[in-house]
Ligand binder design. Structure first.
Ligand SMILES: Cc1ncc(COP(=O)(O)O)c(C=O)c1O
Length: 340
């Protein structure tokens, strides 16, 4: 099976497993795991923030941040297809009691004007606009990258109205490698940023939330409350450190493979791909003459695993465990399904 469902399906490499086996560890709930401390400092530094917090998942990372930034009844402004609203099991309502105000984006991007118009006027009967949360790269839009100037404008508009700004940077690594914009240039715009190690970087688990010392201290408390305090977790942090050294620059290969896949798919009769949206490691495409779930099933029978992302929309993702020849092979395997 050529597994293109997600960049989370990767298995740790031999080098990563050795780094994990050799990790120095301690009880991280007591703040005594040296490898976790190193990882937190290193990622905070890379992203231009004061402090970092190692967290089991991207979802917990985002939800801790939103909890830190809001009180019940506050409102979070975000793009309508974003992960925090659509794929985190309603956690914003459940854990923070906050409202969401979703704005229709173009390729996952919302404008400074949209944000300005969405901010509440401050009447006491309204929810209180409190947070702007953005996503880079944007998953559902197809791994699209926020241009730095547009992102800067969006954050400035939010700041003019006193909003706090969070970035879901699960795949910020991909955005940075593809655009050449340094991680910290994006990240320093925000009060908090969450980045994932378990996606393109290929670790078994783990995300890091960065922010000021004060915000991370508050986040630390919520991590424990949400059940995310872990013990000798330097084993996982070591995988993260290994990934920072070995798996960031190579994301360019995943991006080239995604473009190759998208180009091949775009030549098939039943497929529509918006090539301008293929900017990193995700290929989102529409299918004609059939339902996405059925077509995904048929592709699986031909040895290619992909995921439905809408009635006619399918997502394929490239990653560490697929090679360029796997992509060519996958294109051949799906030809009987998609090129009829
Ligand atoms: C943009 C984005 N944010 C957050 C997450 C959540 O990460 P996790 O699956 O580690 O909870 C994902 C997962 O795919 C994602 O794509």
């Amino acid at each position: 099976m050529i597994d293109l469902r997600s960049d989370t399906v990767t298995k740790p490499t031999d080098g990563m497993r050795s780094a994990m086996a050799e990790a120095r560890v301690g009880d991280d709930v007591f703040g005594e795991d040296p490898t976790v401390l190193t990882l937190q400092e290193r990622i905070a530094d890379l992203l231009g923030h004061d402090a970092g917090l190692f967290v089991p998942s991207g979802t917990m990372c985002n939800q801790i941040a939103l909890k830190v930034h809001t009180e019940p009844g506050d409102e979070i402004i975000c793009e309508e297809d974003c992960h925090i609203v659509n794929y985190e099991t309603g956690a914003i309502g459940a854990l923070s009691g906050a409202n969401v105000r979703t704005l229709r984006g173009a390729g996952g991007i919302i404008s400074a004007d949209q944000i300005t118009q969405a901010v509440r006027k401050g009447y006491y009967w309204e929810p209180r606009s409190r947070v702007l949360s953005l996503e880079n790269t944007h998953n559902k839009a197809g791994g699209t990258i926020w241009p730095l100037d547009i992102m800067t404008g969006a954050v400035q508009a939010a700041r003019e109205h006193g909003l706090t700004c969070h970035l879901d940077g699960a795949r910020l690594w991909n955005a940075s490698v593809a655009s050449g914009v340094a991680l910290r240039e994006y990240a320093s715009l925000f009060d908090t940023v969450s980045v994932c190690l378990s996606k393109g970087l290929g670790t078994p688990a783990g995300s890091v939330l960065v922010g000021s010392k004060d915000l991370i201290q508050k986040a630390h408390r919520y991590r424990k409350m949400f059940g995310g305090g872990m013990r000798q977790v330097g084993i996982l942090a070591a995988a993260g450190l290994y990934a920072l050294d070995h798996h960031v620059a190579r994301l360019a290969d995943d991006h080239a493979n995604a473009t190759r896949l998208a180009t091949g798919l775009s030549r098939m009769n039943r497929v529509r791909v918006r090539m301008d949206a293929v900017q990193t490691n995700i290929v989102m495409f529409d299918v004609e003459g059939g339902d996405a779930i059925d077509i995904v099933d048929q592709c699986r029978q031909h040895g290619v695993a992909i995921v439905p992302f809408g009635p006619r929309t399918i997502r394929a993702t490239t990653h560490l465990d697929v090679t360029t020849s796997d992509i060519d092979d996958a294109l051949q395997r799906v030809t009987p399904v998609l090129d009829t």
